[in-house]
Structure formats: structure tokens, C-alpha cells
Write a protein that binds this ligand. Structure first.
Ligand code: NIG
Ligand code: FE
Length: 415
């Protein structure tokens, strides 16, 4: 199957020598080709260049041709942090927050993550698959081509395994690339409230062996926060997870400066996410690490939190990734176009920095930057074509619009 996209106004994020991530000043660079062509063979990118130089790939006959005059082609977004498998919604808590309750207060009275856990424990697998597929379809049409999905609304062995099996099934039902994360340490379930030790033992001694045996998770994540898991507990859980073949990730510094970043760096987490309360100490620690600082502007926006210091991190020479955190409590949207708008407007990131954060750097945060996150020969042909727009900066500029017109995943044009 051969596909040629021709007359592309701007082909964005092209790479001759693919990198695994971009950091510091380099985040301002976004390599693009004006008036370009892009060739796809089977599921891979086969070539690209300027229309002026198009001599054809000699034996290219029987091609499907898409004319992209006045349109922009982007590598699909990589959304490296979501909780897209869940049951029910939580707009009641949204209204409670408008009326003055905080996210923490809602959790303390048994809402929040525990509210979602109760609903998920009662939901059938089929029902979870069906609702998650709808959300996956929604984000696919907003330009996302790869997504990480976490468990963490199960909070019992049975329900965590159910969530992870649902994620495994989703991989076979959608053209999106999916990575799975075990987030049993998302909250302490009510029945273990006075015996957190027992719950941690359950995570390590009962859940992890089963997850490893069924190969259900690539990553293990912990919500490191007051009233959830301490820095020491985070390190303990993630060190155990590594022995079971899961790479660490951390929900870090979201509601307070609580040690999540330092824990993540210590266990060589692939990413630390949220970062609202990151300070100089955390920035220093990240400098000598392989850990990707990841901002989740949807959650900071929706919970009205202080903003993570993205500008400061980039200016300090760090890479930054952006993800949606799509979940029913703190970010009920997986729209990466809107995340780009938030990056630009609220975080003072340039469109180039925001696009780097949402493509190559977020691919890195899910171990996909060798195959995803840019237009490079041999990479997975996951791209989207926009409607007719004047420039790529028009995407974050026109917040709230969906400018994605054609989605190509694994080399196939999606109906
Ligand atoms: O990433 N912070 C912890 N976990 C989620 C929220 C989960 C929820 O409220 O359901 C987050 O924001
Ligand atoms: Fe999250």
C-alpha cells in the first residue's frame, strides 16, 4: 500500500537525523518543509521532500494520492499520560468545586479517585471497553496517534487486573499505539485507610506478580502526594516494579512539593508528571537525569492550580513534554490541540516548543521516540492533515476549534 501526500503547505517536524528528545534552547527549533510531499509505504514513512525536488520514487505506481494544498501535515500527537479507562463521570464534584470545596476536601470525604474506583469496581469489562473506545476515537480525531493509559481506578487486585486487561484489549481494537501503566498506588482504598502498609504489600506481593505474569503493563506509576503516597513509599513501590519489568513514572508535585520528582529521578523514572510545585531543587535533580518532566496543563487549568514552571525548566536547559491527563476528575478532555493552546497562552511556550513537547518529547515519555513523534524515514506513518489553515501557529491560536481533517495511522487513512 503506497500513499503520497502532495502539495503540503507545511510538513512539520521533519528529521533527517532523528533525535530521542529535544531540550533547552533547541525546543524552539521545529524543522519544517514548505510545499512538501510525504510518501508512505505500508505502515511506515518512506520519504519526504520539497515538491520542487519530487522526481517520484522510481517504481511508485498504483499510489493513492492525497492533495494537501493549503493544508498542514503534522506527526500525530503522543499523549503520554491519560486515565482514559473509567466508569461514569464526576461533574457533581466539578460543581462542588465551583461552590468552594477543594480537590483535597472532596477526596477526604470519599470522593475523587475513590468515587471513580467505586464506579469502576462495579462496571463490566465490556462497558469499560465501549466507553474507552469512544474516548479513543474522540482523541484520534483531535490528532492523537499514540496514548498511554493508566489503571488506578481499580484499587483491588481484581479491579486493577480488570482495568489492565481492558487496556490490553483496547490495543487490538484501535489503530492508536497504546502503552499501559499500572497505577495501583493512585490512592489508598478506604478499607486500608488505617493500614497503608498492608495495601503497599498487596501492590508489591500480589498485584505486581500477576501483572508481570500476564505482561499487562509497560510502566508503573505512583501518586506521590500528601494523603496518598510518600516519597519513601514511592521509591519502594517503583523499585519493586522495576524487578517486575515495569519502568517507573511518577505523579509528582501536583498539589504540594512532596518529593515526587526526587523519587522519580532516584528510581530513573522515564517521566515525572504534573510538576505544579516544582522548585529549584527539582530542576537541578532533573538536569542530570534521563527523566522527562511532563506538564499536564488540562489538569492545572481544570483544578485552577498554580502553573508548573515550564518556561523556567526549558530555560534551565531541560526538555519538557506535554500530555492531556484525560480523566474524569482533574482533566475531562484529551484534546491535545487545546493542550498546545494552554502551553502557549499560560506557559509562554512558543508554538514550536509546544509542538516539540506534544510530539517527540511526549513520545520519549512513553519510550516511543524511536518510532513516533516526528516525520522521519522508517518511522510509523502516524500523521494528520489539517483543514486549510495559514500556518501551524494557527493550531494553538484557534483554541477550541478542531482543525484536524484527515487522520493517517499506521499508513492507513482512517474513515
Ligand atoms: O493525574 N493526581 C492524581 N491523579 C489524576 C486525577 C485522578 C482523578 O481525580 O480521578 C491526575 O490528576
Ligand atoms: Fe494523572
Amino acid at each position: 500500500m503506497k500513499l503520497l501526500v502532495k502539495n503540503i503547505k507545511t510538513l512539520v517536524q521533519t528529521e533527517e537525523n532523528p533525535k530521542l528528545k529535544v531540550f533547552g534552547k533547541d525546543m524552539k527549533n521545529l524543522s519544517c518543509i514548505e510545499n512538501a510531499w510525504l510518501a508512505i509505504e505500508n505502515d511506515k514513512i518512506a520519504g519526504f521532500g520539497k515538491m520542487d525536488d519530487w522526481e517520484g520514487i522510481s517504481d511508485w505506481t498504483n499510489l493513492t494520492i492525497i492533495d494537501a494544498t493549503d493544508k498542514i501535515v503534522m506527526p500525530s500527537y503522543c499523549d503520554s499520560h491519560t486515565h482514559i479507562v473509567y466508569a461514569g463521570s464526576r461533574e457533581g464534584e466539578f460543581v462542588d468545586r465551583i461552590n468552594g470545596l477543594t480537590y483535597e476536601q472532596i477526596f477526604e470525604r470519599g470522593g475523587g479517585i475513590l468515587n471513580s474506583a467505586k464506579k469502576l469496581q462495579e462496571a463490566a469489562e465490556e462497558e469499560l471497553i465501549e466507553s474507552a473506545l469512544k474516548r479513543l476515537n474522540e482523541i484520534m480525531w483531535q490528532g492523537t496517534g499514540a496514548v498511554e493509559i493508566k489503571s488506578g481506578y481499580g484499587l483491588s487486585t481484581e479491579a486493577e487486573l480488570k482495568m489492565l486487561r481492558v487496556i490490553k484489549k483496547l490495543k487490538t481494537l484501535t489503530p492508536l499505539t497504546i502503552k499501559a501503566t499500572f497505577l495501583g498506588a493512585h490512592a489508598v482504598p478506604a478499607e486500608y485507610k488505617n493500614d497503608k502498609r498492608k495495601y503497599i504489600d498487596l501492590l508489591i506481593n500480589e498485584m505486581m506478580p500477576k501483572i508481570a505474569q500476564e505482561k499487562l503493563a509497560d510502566y508503573c506509576d505512583v501518586f506521590c502526594e500528601q494523603n496518598y503516597f510518600t516519597k519513601e513509599e514511592t521509591i519502594e513501590i517503583l523499585t519493586a516494579a522495576k524487578k517486575f519489568g515495569m519502568t517507573p513514572k511518577v505523579h509528582a508535585e501536583q498539589l504540594s512539593n512532596f518529593g515526587g520528582v526526587l523519587a522519580g529521578v532516584e528510581v530513573e523514572a522515564i517521566s515525572v508528571d504534573h510538576l505544579e510545585f516544582v522548585g529549584d531543587k527539582e530542576i537541578e535533580a532533573l538536569k542530570n537525569s534521563k527523566t522527562m518532566p511532563t506538564i499536564l496543563p488540562g489538569a492545572a487549568f481544570f483544578l485552577n492550580l498554580p502553573l508548573p514552571p515550564a518556561r523556567k525548566m526549558i530555560d534551565a536547559g531541560l526538555p519538557v513534554a506535554v500530555a492531556s491527563d484525560y480523566n474524569p476528575g482533574s482533566s475531562p478532555s484529551g484534546n491535545m490541540n487545546f493542550m498546545l493552546s494552554l502551553c502557549c497562552v499560560q506557559y509562554k511556550m512558543t508554538p514550536e516548543e509546544a509542538i516539540n513537547a506534544a510530539t517527540i518529547n511526549s513520545a520519549y515519555a512513553m519510550d516511543l521516540s524511536k518510532t513516533h513523534g516526528s516525520i522521519a524515514i522508517g518511522k510509523q506513518a502516524n500523521v494528520f492533515i489539517t483543514k486549510e489553515i495559514p500556518s501551524y501557529a494557527f493550531i494553538p491560536y484557534s483554541f477550541g476549534s478542531n482543525l484536524v481533517e484527515t487522520v493517517i495511522l499506521g499508513g492507513k487513512v482512517i474513515d
